[in-house]
Design a binder for this molecule. Structure first.
Ligand code: SF4
Ligand code: SF4
Length: 384
């Protein structure tokens, strides 16, 4: 294929990507050698926690051409996901509700993005076929990835000009913030590459570091996964360390705090994509309603949702912690108590923690009430 044909194809790929609902696409090569020391240091520090697959794939994450031999370019795409009625504050401020990371309120994004990337790959293949046999053009093998392969998607996206990696380690875009999904299409065509953004624009800001409830951003650009609520509630299969439980509040699936505080997210656009619209039973859901779900209810209500991936056991564990962080109501305590006998050991331990926490809170509240009643009985102060 001539340089002019490749340039035309790169131009058309961007149009097709927009038609397919992507908000941006950038093209880069596969060289991430500069990222390898940073990745190795992160793994050496154990910040990946029990995500053993991270260590298992080692430096392949920084070498897309090893993942799919023959790969010459990575098409990095992003798609906004913020729903129109995100309801961040209303959910976070009400401890009787469960907070679900906004990316997980609708349909499983893996399916949505992979399907669109596949369509993009097919269009590229068709274009190459129309150029045959005169140019022997072929896209080689191509493959879409959405969180499904060991690939350093954020550095690749940054290199492709989609933004810069912020101090919270997510990709930031100056006109779109960070509430978007990323995906990649690996191709064997020597397309012209896009320029990265000139420099990162976090500047002196440290808002995400300061707001993180669990202190997971241990240094600028370094997130210790073992402390991050997203990891603790989603990836982590075991118990949640006690030190983090009170800090989780009502976050039952993921956490958005470091994104919410980020000044660049004032530019984040809501997504018109119907697949990302919140499901009614996951949007501002009462914790006690979710706690009442049987395993078959859970499977039914989370069908086609990313939440289903964590399974009922982790779901119950997370809910138990959130209930323990909520009001010490008799309803909450009775619901927890009732579930204790039949709970499997890991969940039972979290229920016991929740009950003990609520009992302490109730005792404190009772003490305050008793004190108030004594004051009233002694006679109200003149100004009351
Ligand atoms: S997602 Fe939450 S817990 Fe994780 S780094 Fe961001 S603010 Fe901290
Ligand atoms: S909150 Fe500030 S430091 Fe953190 S990612 Fe956003 S701009 Fe960068």
């Amino acid at each position: 294929m001539t340089a002019a044909e490749l340039a035309q194809l790169a131009h058309d790929i961007k149009l097709w990507a927009r038609e397919l609902g992507f908000d941006q696409v950038g093209i880069t090569d596969t060289d991430l050698a500069l990222e390898e020391p940073r990745l190795q240091a992160w793994l050496d520090a154990g910040h990946h926690g029990t995500m053993d697959y991270m260590a298992r794939h080692g430096m392949m994450r920084a070498r897309p051409h090893e993942l799919l031999p023959g790969t010459l370019r990575v098409l990095s795409v992003r798609m906004n996901y913020l729903p129109f009625e995100a309801g961040f504050a209303a959910t976070l401020r009400d401890p009787t509700l469960g907070y679900i990371s906004r990316y997980a309120l609708g349909r499983d994004y893996h399916k949505v993005l992979r399907n669109r990337l596949k369509q993009l790959g097919e269009r590229i293949e068709q274009r190459c076929q129309t150029l045959l046999p005169s140019t022997q053009a072929t896209p080689g093998e191509w493959r879409p990835f959405v969180d499904s392969a060991p690939i350093l998607e954020r550095p690749l996206a940054a290199k492709a000009g989609l933004g810069w990696v912020g101090k919270h380690s997510l990709l930031l875009n100056e006109t779109a913030g960070s509430f978007f999904f990323l995906g990649e299409l690996l191709v064997g065509l020597p397309l012209p590459v896009d320029a990265p953004v000139e420099k990162e624009q976090c500047g002196k800001c440290v808002a995400c570091i300061n707001i993180c409830p669990t202190g997971a951003i241990v240094a600028p650009y370094v997130v210790d996964g073992r402390r991050c609520i997203s990891y603790l509630t989603i990836e982590n299969d075991g118990p949640i360390p006690e030190e983090f439980r009170p800090l989780m509040g009502n976050r039952i699936y993921g956490c958005d705090d470091c994104q919410l505080i980020c000044p660049w997210n004032r530019y984040a656009d809501a997504s018109p994509e119907p697949d990302f619209s919140p499901r009614p039973n996951l949007h501002r859901p009462p914790l006690l309603t979710l706690w009442g779900w049987s395993e078959s209810d859970f499977l039914k209500h989370t069908e086609g949702s990313p939440i289903r991936r964590i399974g009922y056991r982790r779901w119950r564990r997370n809910l138990a912690v959130a209930l323990g962080n909520g009001p010490a109501s008799s309803d909450a305590m009775a619901a927890l108590q009732q579930a204790l006998a039949s709970a499997e050991p890991m969940v039972a331990e979290h229920i016991e923690w929740a009950l003990a926490t609520l009992a302490v809170r109730q005792e404190k509240e009772d003490k305050k009430t008793r004190l108030l009643i004594r004051c009233i009985e002694k006679g109200l102060p003149d100004h009351a």
